[in-house]
Design a protein around this ligand. Structure first.
Ligand SMILES: Cc1ncc(COP(=O)(O)O)c(C=O)c1O
Length: 404
C-alpha cells in the first residue's frame, strides 16, 4: 500500500522547527498512514506498532467500523453543544455505564477527566470540609495544574510552583502509609488500578480492596484513574473488574473512542448530582464525532470478541518474554495485565526504543529501566511473534554490550 505523504520527513521536521513549540521530544520520522498494528512513514517504511497512539489507538490504526461511524456522523452533525440532547451521547453513555455503573460526564482527555473527578470529590466533600486527595508515588494523572499536582513525581513539578494545594502522596503498595495520611479533610483516594507510565505496576494482592476499606472507614471517595486501563485494555471492560473492587468514581480517556479525542468521568447515581449544573462543563465534551466513535469502538470490541483476544495475546507476549528472561539476566521482572506489558531491565531501557524503531518495531520505554508495550486489542499472534523476535534481538544486543 502506498504511503499518503505529500512531503518527506525532513521537510515536515523543518516546518515543525519553524512553527511548532518544541515541548516534545519527537522521533525524526513523519508518519503518514496506518492500518491495524502497522504504520507507514513518509518514505514508505512500514513499522509494527506495539504502542499505537500511546494506548489511544486501542483497535490499531484506522479500524474500519470506527472510520465508517465517524464518516457517517460527520456528514450529519459535526458539533452540538451540551445545551441540547444528541442521540450519540445518550447511546455512548448507555454503552459504557451498562458495562460499569452509574452515569457519565464527557470531556476530551485524561487530564480533563481527572479534573472533573477531583472537582466532584471536592464538591461532594465540601459539606464536611473535605478537600484533600491522597495519590501515589509513580502515579500519573495528567498535565493540567491540578493533575500535575496529583501526579506524585517531582520531575513533573519542577518550575511549576506553587502547586495546586491539597494533595498527599503515599508510597505505592503500602496500606499502613495510607492509613497514616487519611484524615478528616480527606475527600478522596485516587489511584490507577494498574500504574501505566509508572512502569506497569500491578497492585499487590488485597491492595485495592484495602484502599476501598480505608475510604469506606474514613468517609472519603475512592477514585480510579482508568485513563489507560479502560475499554478492554486489561482484558475486562474496566481495570477495576480485574480486581473486583468498585470505585465511587472512575475516569476514562485514551482508548475510549479508538483514537478520537474523548474522555469521561463515571460515577454512581448517588454522587452524580454533586456535579451540579453550572459547576462543571466542557464545550467539546460529548461531541457527536467522539460519541459515534466511542459507540463503534464498544461494538467492535464486542463483535470481534476482542476481550478474549487480549487474554490470549497477553499470555503469548508473556511467554515470549519469560523465555527471554530465562536466557538473559538483565531482565529483572515481567509485569503484564492484558495488553499492558512492562519488562523491567537492570540497565537503561530507553536505547531499546531507537534500536527497535530501526528494525521496524515501535515500542516505549518508561521510568528509566522499563520497556513498555500497549498493543492494540486486535493484535494478531503473528504480529506478537514478529514484534517479540525483534525486541528479543535488541535486548540480546543490549545485554551483550552490558557484558551479560
Ligand atoms: C493514567 C493516566 N491518567 C491521565 C493521563 C493524562 O491523559 P491526557 O494526556 O489525555 O490528558 C494519562 C496519560 O498518559 C494516563 O496514563
Amino acid at each position: 500500500m502506498e504511503a499518503a505523504a505529500t512531503r518527506s520527513s525532513q521537510e515536515t521536521i523543518a516546518q515543525f522547527d519553524k512553527y511548532v513549540i518544541p515541548n516534545y521530544g519527537r522521533y525524526p520520522i513523519s508518519l503518514v498512514r496506518g492500518e491495524g498494528s502497522y504504520v507507514w512513514d513518509a518514505e514508505g517504511n512500514r513499522y509494527l506498532d506495539l504502542f499505537p497512539g500511546w494506548g489511544c489507538n486501542i483497535l490499531g490504526h484506522c479500524p474500519a467500523p470506527v472510520v465508517e461511524a465517524v464518516q457517517k456522523q460527520v456528514a450529519n452533525l459535526v458539533h452540538i453543544p451540551n445545551s441540547w440532547y444528541i442521540e450519540a451521547q445518550g447511546d455512548f453513555a448507555e454503552a459504557i455505564c451498562t458495562r460499569s455503573f452509574g452515569k457519565a460526564f464527557f470531556c476530551n482527555s485524561g487530564a480533563e477527566a481527572n479534573e472533573g473527578a477531583l472537582k466532584l470529590a471536592r464538591l461532594h466533600g465540601m459539606k464536611e470540609n473535605r478537600y484533600r486527595v491522597i495519590t501515589f508515588e509513580r502515579g500519573f494523572h495528567g498535565r493540567t495544574l491540578a493533575t500535575t499536582a496529583a501526579t506524585a513525581q517531582p520531575k513533573y513539578h519542577e518550575g511549576l510552583g506553587p502547586l495546586v494545594a491539597g494533595f498527599d502522596y503515599a508510597p505505592y503498595g503500602d496500606l499502613a502509609a495510607v492509613e497514616e495520611l487519611v484524615g478528616d479533610e480527606t475527600a478522596a483516594i485516587m489511584i490507577e488500578p494498574v500504574q501505566g507510565e509508572g512502569g506497569v505496576q500491578i497492585p499487590p494482592d488485597g491492595y485495592l480492596e484495602g484502599l476501598r476499606r480505608i475510604a469506606d472507614d474514613n468517609g472519603c471517595l475512592l477514585i480510579f484513574d482508568e485513563v489507560q486501563t479502560c475499554m478492554g485494555r486489561t482484558g475486562s471492560w474496566f481495570g477495576y473488574q480485574q480486581f473486583n473492587v468498585k470505585p465511587d468514581v472512575l475516569t476514562m480517556a485514551k482508548g475510549i473512542a479508538a483514537g478520537v479525542a474523548c474522555g469521561a468521568v463515571i460515577t454512581t447515581n448517588e454522587l452524580a448530582p454533586d456535579l451540579r449544573p453550572g459547576m462543571h462543563a466542557s464545550t467539546f465534551g460529548g461531541n457527536p464525532i467522539a460519541m459515534a466513535a466511542g459507540c463503534a469502538t464498544v461494538k467492535m470490541i464486542e463483535d470481534e470478541g476482542l476481550l478474549d483476544n487480549v487474554a490470549d495475546m497477553s499470555a503469548r507476549l508473556r511467554s515470549h518474554f519469560e523465555e527471554l528472561k530465562s536466557e538473559l539476566s538483565i531482565i529483572e521482572e515481567i509485569r503484564t495485565c492484558g495488553m499492558m506489558i512492562g519488562v523491567e531491565l537492570s540497565i537503561p531501557s530507553t536505547p531499546a526504543v531507537g534500536k527497535c524503531m530501526q528494525k521496524g518495531v515501535l515500542i516505549n520505554a518508561t521510568q528509566g529501566t522499563v520497556i513498555r508495550l500497549l498493543p492494540a486489542l486486535n493484535v494478531t499472534a503473528d504480529q506478537v511473534d514478529e514484534g517479540c523476535a525483534v525486541i528479543a534481538e535488541v535486548i540480546r544486543e543490549m545485554a551483550a554490550d552490558a557484558g551479560d
